[in-house]
Design a protein around this ligand. Sequence first.
Ligand SMILES: Cc1cc2nc3c(=O)[nH]c(=O)nc-3n(C[C@H](O)[C@H](O)[C@H](O)COP(=O)(O)O)c2cc1C
Length: 357
Amino acid sequence: MQDAQHIINKIKGKALLAPMLATTDIPFRTLCARMGAALTYTEMVSAAGIVHSSSHSFRNAVFTPEERPVALQLVAADPDNTEAAARRLLPLKPDLFDINCGCPNERICEAGAGAQLLDDLPRFAAVIETAVRATDIPVAVKVRMQGRQSSTGVREIVRAATDSGALFIAIHARARDVAYHEAAQWEVLADAVAASGIPVIGNGDIFSADDAFRMREQTGVHAVMVARGSLGTPWIFRHISEGRRCGLHDGTPEPEELVALVRDHLLHMQREFGDVRALPRIRKHALWYGRRYAGFDTLRERLFATENAADVIAAAVRFFENRPRPLPPDDAEARTREDGFRERVLFWARGVLRAEG
Ligand SMILES: Cc1cc2nc3c(=O)[nH]c(=O)nc-3n(C[C@H](O)[C@H](O)[C@H](O)COP(=O)(O)O)c2cc1C
């Protein structure tokens, strides 16, 4: 476990792997940490689930030393559950607890958690304060914008987080009702930096190291957080940590490294989740790796032609061993596919969760 100031220093100017439901599991966090992610996040873990001893919630909270520093993200509606969950999870000794105050999912918001907390800043503050007091582990918070034209709202949110004792605040620069096809509003991040007494982490629409450096230059954020931009392209963390201003299509690993990376990642998922449960996750990552190459449609057919995890992994590895041709950035089909991926990836993750039961 690292102390609070050490974490702040370690992430400065770097990139964090964002929390992603059904996606930032142990194999993906391990890979991204190895690639240079300065901090990794578990997917959100329900505080109520922990309090009620849900095995699903406990499973999602577990991590390995390779992923450190790691933030364990809690989704909680009230201070009591937050405190009880933080205390029960303390033996895991995460480097941080993070409170999810940005999730727009209806079920989560109806329960009063996620982005719903931003409609009730006193409760938002009480949840953070309680988490801060519950253990000696530092507490960060992840939020969205409050409303579309919302510099005022963001200032109130960062002040409340600062006063409540949060170590830093990560801001997804979109309001709750804004879909992924609308651009993130980075200008709001600059307002937040000006108003905040704690470091601000910028999140939204970083798909390349070049995007990350532009966000930092335009807004002054302490660090950036990458979600979709790491899926199928985890080497984005290497580019950012090495200060290489690569675009989306630059700096892909050499073919041998790419084959080894894909194989090791997919095999790690198979070991971690077992053949049956791993299958949808393996397919999903294989499709993300393959989406910018010629021959993608054939790859997809092969991946769905079998229910056997070993055959799916073999098909993905064979695809990359054959050195597929990267599609040029202006290729219309690749562009349409990339737009579809960016817009719908969240639904894809929910589908995986449903499939796993
Ligand atoms: C598949 C998926 C799952 C997500 N799950 C979570 C989550 O568990 N907790 C959370 O705070 N945000 C979650 N998010 C939101 C991301 O962390 C991030 O804020 C958002 O995608 C914007 O970043 P991006 O433009 O880099 O994708 C999820 C996003 C995606 C795409």
